[in-house]
Design a protein. Structure first.
Lengths: 231, 224
């Protein structure tokens, strides 16, 4: 599809974006597992060892996907709206923008997963890869929603960062019980189980998939709403 | 809400390609307990017929660009009506482009948006590149272009589908003298072909070229 390809090229033509896509997940997985365990201990949680390493890959993918989703939706908002009004329609522009960002999220998730495999290895690689992707999709949706609604780069990136931090410190393993506002707790449950070699139940998988799909739908609906014609 | 003020004495024929009637728009700033409202448009009306080149002038902050964005569909209005054709070209004041995409990729995206066949789009693109004098920049990214060349692309994208109505918001800012002259030639040529053109500017020096000029002051328009 022409427009999805164009939007993907647009995002990948920044060398700094490519560096972030590869460097952040690798650095985060290598450095964050121990820190997450320390925080979990301080907060009364049980996260440690392979579970913490696995979870760090999810968080790395989430952070990159959320940030890139925000900037993809926000930085080209004017041009995207112009294209929608020119006749393409808000729905098709939204689909192209989210599809191209999905590709970027896939890269971020892949980088996080590869870093995890290289740094510590993982007991259930396929399960872990799917869970890391779910993290990326949930945060891609959050980033696009915020990018569609918030105009300022500072305000928007801070909003993504606040949601991310709240999520990190209130998710599974970080305290006795995950907080209700932890949007990635279902993906985290699956990822922690994969990290320590356990199977997740069908219900856990369904919940993680549902939340990822819901995030993408929210991203699409918000983008369309913000780019709609006001005539 | 107060009834809109009558803003124009111009007759409204059935063939108008753009008819704006009684547009009202206010902006609200500040928290609810200290809200300030600024009424920018108070019943603004104007019209453009096929083959007309109409000017809209006004001081900085008079609401010209707001009116333009309402006509295009980028901004909601509080009241009034807008009748315009579906095939409309819009050249915004600040070029709305993707920095990392090339000139060629911009033409491809907008050709798709306008529903142009690839062979038609290629011919029209080449003609516009020639007319505006930026053929050599076809494979350049927007971030590599000067402000004037960005503005040429901005204008060319608005013209790609040969619209019935062309809306130009400060179209020649950044143009050098030669391009400025080319712009007026291009406008005259399109006008002769039946295109209705509305030019918004805080300074319109070429008033003898215009069919009619509206001035926007205190939220209402009048023919000057």
């Amino acid at each position: 599809m022409t427009r999805t390809g164009a939007f993907t090229r647009e995002q990948l033509r920044s060398p700094f974006t490519l560096l972030l896509l590869v460097g952040v997940p690798a650095g985060f997985v290598a450095a964050a597992a121990g820190v997450l365990s320390d925080f979990a201990t301080a907060l009364g949680g049980s996260l440690a060892g392979d579970a913490a390493s696995a979870l760090s890959a999810g968080w790395a993918a989430a952070f990159i996907a959320g940030t890139l989703g925000f900037f993809a939706a926000s930085s080209a908002k004017g041009a995207d709206r112009r294209l929608a009004l020119a006749g393409l329609g808000a729905g098709r522009v939204a689909l192209a923008r989210i599809s191209s960002s999905f590709g970027i999220a896939l890269l971020a998730a892949g980088a996080g997963f590869v870093a995890l495999e290289l740094v510590t290895g993982v007991a259930h690689p396929a399960h872990a890869a799917a869970a890391v992707l779910a993290f990326a999709l949930v945060y891609l949706g959050i980033g696009v929603v915020i990018g569609s609604l918030v105009n300022g780069a500072l305000e928007g990136s801070l909003a993504v960062a606040v949601i991310f931090l709240l999520d990190v410190f209130s998710g599974p393993g970080m305290s006795e019980q995950a907080a209700p506002w932890s949007v990635s707790r279902w993906a985290a449950d699956v990822l922690i189980a994969a990290g320590v070699g356990q199977q997740s139940s069908a219900r856990d998988w369904a919940e993680a998939a549902f939340v990822a799909a819901l995030a993408l739908f929210a991203a699409f609906a918000t983008f369309v709403w913000s780019a709609r014609s006001r005539v | 809400m107060a009834a809109p003020a009558t803003s124009s004495a111009v007759a409204v024929p059935a063939i108008a390609v753009l008819r704006v009637d009684g547009i009202r728009k206010a902006f609200h700033r500040g928290p609810p307990w200290h809200r300030r409202s600024v009424q920018v448009l108070r019943g603004t009306s104007l019209e453009v017929r096929p083959g007309e080149l109409v000017g809209l002038v006004g001081e900085n902050g008079s609401g010209k660009s707001v009116l333009m964005q309402i006509v295009v569909g980028l901004m909601e209005r509080d009241g009034g009506t807008v009748e315009r054709p579906a095939r409309l070209g819009y050249c915004p004041q600040l070029p709305l482009l993707w920095d990392k995409l090339t000139v060629s990729e911009h033409f491809e995206l907008f050709a798709e948006a306008y529903g142009l066949a690839p062979e038609d789009a290629g011919g029209r693109r080449d003609q516009l590149l020639e007319e505006l004098g930026f053929v050599k920049y076809l494979d350049y990214r927007v971030e590599e272009l000067s402000g004037g060349t960005r503005q040429k692309l901005n204008l060319a994208l608005a013209l790609l589908h040969d619209p019935e109505l062309l809306l130009l918001d400060e179209p020649y800012s950044g143009f050098d003298w030669e391009t400025y002259l080319r712009f007026w030639e291009l406008a005259d040529h399109r006008r002769a072909q039946g295109m209705g053109i509305l030019i918004v500017s805080h300074v319109l020096t070429e008033r003898d070229r215009l069919t009619r000029t509206y001035e926007l002051r205190d939220g209402v328009t009048e023919v000057v």
